[in-house]
Design a protein around this ligand. Sequence first.
Ligand code: MOS
Length: 743
Amino acid sequence: MAPYIGTATSRVDGAAKVTGAAKYAADYNVPGLAHGSVVCSTIAKGRITRIDTTAAMAVKGVLTVLTHDRRPPMADNDEAYKDDAAPSVGSPFRPLYDDRIMFDGQPIGLVVAETPEIARLAASLVRAEYHRELHVTDVYRERDRAVPPQPATNPFEAGFLAPKPRGTPDRALAAAAVRHEGEYHVPIEHHNPMELYASTVIVDGNGKLTVYDKTQGVQNVQKYLCGIFGLQPEDVRVLSPFMGGGFGSGLRPQFQVVLAVLAARALQRPVRVVLTRQQMYGLGYRPAMIQRIALGANTGGTLDAITHDAITVTSQYEDFHRQETGWSGLLYKCDNAKYEHRLARLDLATSADMRAPSATSAVYALESAMDELAVALELDPLELRLRCYSDRDQHGDLPYGSKALRECYRQGADAFGWDKRSPAPRSMRDGSELVGWGMATGIWEALQVPITVRIALTANGHAEVACATSDIGTGTYTIMAQVAADMLGLPLDSVSVKLGDSSLPQSPVEGGSWIAASVSNGIATTAAAVRDELLRLARLMPDSPLANAAPDEVALADGKLVSKREASRAVSIADAMRHGGVDRIEREKTTEPAHDATRANNTHAATFAEVKVDEQLGVIRVMRVVSAVAAGRILNTKTAGSQVLGSVVWGIGMALHEETLIDHRIGRIMNANIAEYHVPVNADVHDIKVILVDEPDDSNPLGVKGIGEIAMVGVAAAIANAVYHATGKRVRDLPITLDKLQR
Ligand code: MOS
């Protein structure tokens, strides 16, 4: 049977998804299910002085109304509310905890009723009175008061810490023959996953909870609920077998799960809480980012100095940040670099990870600045990148495990036809439209995390692979089945995958593009243990053809344990188990990241974009995008290709559409819906070509790096650069809307 790794295997859960058999958090119907509707604050900052729930309670079918002054007990210390992805500095938000209002749209009550319609109607009748305090939601008003982030202590943040400066950047910048300095702006953006956040909570007679939750990390939610409600892990089971999009919004437990558990425990009934689309805007978001980048180059087109300053947005109660500026000093060869990052604390919910957090925003600015530097140097933008190319990690001056970015540039440029670009802005046309070609580089982490995988192989040749990771829609079920099938020598349909259940072997949240590398190597480790046990049994057989074989001399293939030296020496799985007197072999192994401190690991991408701009109207259309990605070994060209397509579409949104708009007078998000928060639709997306560049890597046994985020990094810059090339107008403020083009 052919190997599955590296092929375009269709999703093993595809049929379940398209037929509706796959259940999401709000799809679990149980007898007696009650429905919660969330009441949200209508001020941005202050205190609740009174909540009147009389009218809501009077509605027939209403079971209870929970508020901060009428709710079951919850933990009173910050530690209890810190989930694995919580910022290390600050106090996590506590839903319905007290009378304090910290952002507009904050949950202040939960109406629980016999039907969702009754709950929603009654929720509209809850009246709150407030003592208002002055709020600030405008990053531009707070930029001068922004503060440097305190050092992070949370291991989740450690991988993202800002690097140390190097060289003498100020002096090098002053001495540079050619300089470019610019300020770039990224607005607040929201994830807008298709599936609404929802939790269905079932409480049994002993107080044990079964929680169907929308999350990227079932064990993270389990731990969080245990902390808040003083429960033991065996009392809480969290399940999330399918997720309709997370993009980072589900790394942290969201407030609906707390509200649903509060209600289920209060009523001793199953309760479901589903957020509305509008309420989804009260969750985390990509922080707005104000960035200043200065680049100093010599006339030969190599970099002498990079300085990158950024201000990002967080809440008043938690300091969320990532490696906001360090990407600039990492990507290109440059001896002098420094970074400064400050946080503006606003009266909003805490900002959050959103697909390639920090890199999407920071590299937009860096790659726009590089394009401007290319103009100043009168160099082709791609040629500038090649002259600044670095074969070593610039932070640690380390060689890369692998870095096929040069191939990304070459293959991407070839497929795009970059050599036919005429350099001058406004020099390419198609009828009445201006044509622009732009490009940019992308970079992201290649991370691996500790993970535990259990495999149970039965004598009939079926394997069950289990791990508590999520599949946030990326295709984790499928790659797990592929890897297990290859490692165990079984057909794909003889492997079943269990995930998204806190009772399964441990896994961190699915995020950071780290699960593919982690779980595939985890499966390899556990499959090797299964193989070893099979070999032990096979060697005990009378006249065993594998009597003298060592574990690394045999492999599993076609349902047999086969000598790698001599294929005729083989024992079938069924025979080995029969002789051993067992009908199943089960192993559970933890795999640690293959840390090699002498080498750096990143993924890279090159994006080439063509835009057409209607000069009269300013309408921008992204006609063609070529995305060439180097991300180690690709486990599945189909699901990986889809990750790249999705990333490019989102990059179009970032460049041209997406922007969360706040009325700062009332501190409220005004486009909290997907009619007025614009995302690309079919008409905005034209031709996208994905190139998965070959990148052999041995940093982990399977050579996998992860591809969920990398392709989004650089897309917005490539499009912004194409818009400049088309029009001669440089807009440094995303999204590039037609009014900015006409300014
Ligand atoms: Mo990703 S933003 O780490 O889910």
